[in-house]
Write a protein that binds this ligand. Structure first.
Ligand SMILES: NC(=O)c1ccc[n+]([C@@H]2O[C@H](COP(=O)([O-])OP(=O)(O)OC[C@H]3O[C@@H](n4cnc5c(N)ncnc54)[C@H](O)[C@@H]3O)[C@@H](O)[C@H]2O)c1
Ligand SMILES: [Zn+2]
Length: 366
């Protein structure tokens, strides 16, 4: 249950001690991580026009009334079907009805689905209007709300249509995470482990030491978890805002095999974070064969994934996933490019992995 500490009072509290404000010189988004943020957004933004809120059928009823003001509310269905062109078209109609013009603001209140669809509407309505993101899932707080990628699915495939449209502000209120279903929360934990293995091994140690309080969703550890991950995501996307220099590719650790597993299961049996966890384990074993990680680090990665109830390997034979791997845009000329973790430093994209080695490692991970 979302229950902001301090509740709504006439006099707004000042920016509190437990709030972390993150900003880099290059990237146009300011991220605020805290608790009870939803009802005091204007403490940060100053007085603005009331935003038009896009939520889904879960997050609207749970959280929309905590916002200080709104010009309208559009509710998407829950899940991936909310991220489609017909739904975005319905958002446009609602924006027109509420007379949202070029000075308007869209506020996305929900998980990655709401963030992507509302973000795409903001990117395209009147050639682009202001966007605020209030991510309410762990995955959205640590990953999807930051970085400017917005988009929708087509019947032909996921995320095929989209735009870069960074939010001006991201308000990550960790109190929202208390009502998340366990399975959904776990998907965000996989991305958090990814930052540990891929960007900062000290953070991985912190995750190991704090697994209990994280799983109990204690507010102070969630504050640290979300702010550390946000800091890392902001740093990576600032280096490579439009995915051109290649730094952003590091965020794909575990994703090449992960995406193939999701696709082969028709996006049903394998959820994104679970699939990425299995993909990270394959990448770690590959790193061990390439001399980048020791056996002890592989075991350690397996242990932390298990502690968070994440899978430690794929379940489909190589022949099943190969056609989906080959569809990956990083798979050129029959040779895959894979992000490989390295001991005590950030991961790296390698384009010299022989396919038979990947196959052997994959099969060893089954
Ligand atoms: N734009 C990006 O850079 C980026 C990055 C990663 C993922 N994504 C996208 O994000 C989407 C997945 O996001 P997600 O995992 O947040 O899924 P989601 O948005 O579908 O949310 C998962 C479920 O949790 C519910 N929910 C949301 N907040 C809740 C809360 N606080 N309490 C209870 N229930 C809550 C939602 O209604 C939904 O049913 C995918 O579409 C993926 O493509 C985008
Ligand atoms: Zn991911």
């Amino acid at each position: 249950m979302y229950a902001p500490s301090g509740q709504m009072t006439a006099a707004k509290p000042p920016v509190g001690e437990n709030e972390i404000v993150l900003r880099t010189g290059e990237f146009p988004t300011t991220v605020v991580v805290g608790k009870g943020l939803l009802f005091r957004i204007s403490d940060f933004t100053g007085k603005t026009e009331a935003p038009f809120v896009v939520a889904d059928e879960i997050t609207g009823p749970l959280f929309a009334d905590f916002l200080e003001q709104r010009k309208g509310l559009f509710t998407l269905p829950r899940g991936e079907e909310g991220k489609s062109l017909p739904r975005v078209s319905a958002i446009y109609s609602a924006l027109a009805k509420s007379q949202v013009d070029r000075s308007g603001i869209i506020l996305a209140l929900g998980g990655g689905v709401v963030g992507d669809a509302a973000g795409f509407a903001a990117a395209t309505w009147m050639r682009g209007i202001r966007l605020l993101q209030c991510p309410t899932t762990l995955l959205a707080q640590v990953d999807s709300a930051i970085g400017g990628k917005t988009g929708v699915n087509l019947p032909e495939g996921k995320n095929l249509v989209g735009a870069f449209h960074p939010a001006e502000w991201v308000f990550s209120d960790v109190e929202c995470l208390r009502s998340q279903e366990e399975e959904d929360f776990r998907q965000g934990l996989a991305e958090a482990v990814k930052y540990g293995i891929g960007e900062n091994w000290n953070f991985l140690s912190w995750l190991e030491e704090n697994a209990g309080p994280i799983l109990r969703r204690e507010c102070c550890v969630l504050l640290r978890l979300v702010s550390e991950c946000s800091r890392m995501k902001l740093a990576v996307v600032s280096e490579d805002e439009r995915e051109q220099s290649g730094s952003r590719a590091r965020l794909n650790l575990g994703h090449t095999v992960g995406h193939a597993l999701e696709a082969v299961s028709g996006y049903k049996r394998w959820k994104h974070g679970d699939a990425v966890a299995a993909g990270m384990m394959v990448a770690a074993r590959l790193a061990a064969r390439l001399g980048e990680l020791g056996e002890e680090e592989c075991l350690r990665i397996g242990r932390i994934l298990s502690r968070f109830s994440l899978p430690t390997g794929p379940d489909r034979p190589w022949e099943d996933i190969l056609p989906f791997l080959a569809r990956d845009k990083k798979f050129t000329g029959g040779v895959p490019s894979l992000v490989i973790p390295r001991k005590n430093t950030s991961c790296t994209l390698r384009s010299d992995i022989p396919l038979p080695l990947l196959r052997e490692t994959y099969e060893e991970s089954l």
